[in-house]
Design a protein around this ligand. Sequence first.
Ligand code: G3I
Length: 338
Amino acid sequence: PMPSLARLYQSYFPVGIAITPGQVMFGGNTQIAEQFNVVVAENAMKPFSLNKFGPGRYDFDAADAIVNFAITRGIKVRGHALVWHEQAADWMFYGSGPNGDATREELTERLHTYIRDVVTHFKGRVYAWDVVNEAFIPDEPGKPQIDGWRQSNWYRILGPQFIALAFKFAHEADPDALLFYNDYNTEKPAKRAMILQLIRDLQTQGVPIHGIGHQSHYTSTNPSDFGSLEETIVQVSNLGLTNHITELDISISSNPMTGSEPELTPELELEQAQRYHDFFSMCLRQRKNVSAVLMWGLNDDVSWLRNWPHARFDAPLLFTGEMKPKAAFWAVANLAKS
Ligand code: G3I
C-alpha cells in the first residue's frame, strides 16, 4: 500500500499541493485527502478569478468548492494571491487619472476593498495568505524595473508602498491569518537581499508579515544544490519569520526556455528522485523554520509546465497522470521514515 506523505511528515510540517476546483468539486480523487494536509488554489483565488467583472462583483463559488473540500477533511488552506501583476482584476487599474489610469486614491481604495472583502470571506478557513507575489526582479535585467522593483501596475501607480498597504489591509481583515510575501528565485542573493530588506522595512513600520513563501520552481540542474535556498531560509528565520515552500516542482528538463524536452526515462526519473530527496532533506533539517511544503499541482499531466513556455512534455511532480507514485514520491516518503 502507498504510505501517506501527510502522515509521514505529520510531526515535521504539513505537505500539500495546488489544486483546481474541478479536481475536488465531486469529492475528488481520494488520494488528495489521503496524501496531503494542506492545499492552495492554483488559480481560483486570484483576483482574475474572484473579481474579474468590476467593483463588488465577486464570484466565490469555485474557490469555495476548494475550501469546503479541504475544511471538511481537516486539510489546511493557503490563499494565493491577493496582489500580483498577473491574473489581476484589470479594471482596478483604470480610472480618472492621466491617460485613463486609476489615481493613487482610486487604486488604494480598490486594493483595500478587495483585500477586505476576500480575506473576510475566507476568514477562519484560509490560515495563510500570499499577500504579495513576485514584486522583485533583480535577476531579470531584460524586464522593466527600478532598483529591482518590477514595474507592475501596482508599483507604477502606488510606488513601493503598495506592499505595506496590502499587508496592513490583510491584517485588519483577519488578524489571525499568517501573511506571506511569495516569490521565485529566493535562493539568489540579489532577491534574498530585497526580501530581507522588505521584512526589515515592514517591521520598522509596524506592519505585520509572518512568513516568506519560496515558490521553488526548479529544473534538473538549477540550482545545483539547495544550499543557497537554505541560507535564505535561515536569514528569514533570523528576522523572526517562518518559511513556506509554496510551489515546488522539479522539471526533468535542464532548461525549458531553450527547448530541451526529454522523455521521462528511468535515468531521469531517478535523477529527479535524488533532487526531491535533497530538497526534502534540506526542509527536514530546517524544520524549525519551514512550516509547510506544497507542490504546484496534483500530477505530471496537469502541471503548468506542460504549457510553459509553450505546449511541451514535462514530468515535474510526484505522481504520474494516472496517479501512480514516481521514484520521487518514494524518495520523499522514505526520507521521513529513516
Ligand atoms: O481559464 C482560461 C480558459 O478559459 C481559456 O480557454 C484558456 C486558454 O488559454 O486559458 C485559461 O486560463 C489559463 C489559466 O491558467 C487557467 O487554466 C491561462 O491561459 C494560463 O495562463 C493560466 O496559467 C496559470 C499561470 O499561473 C498564470 O500566470 C497557471 O495555471 C498557474 O499554474 C500559474 O501559477 C503561477 C503562480 O500563480 C505564481 N507563481 C508562478 C506559477 C507558475 O507560473
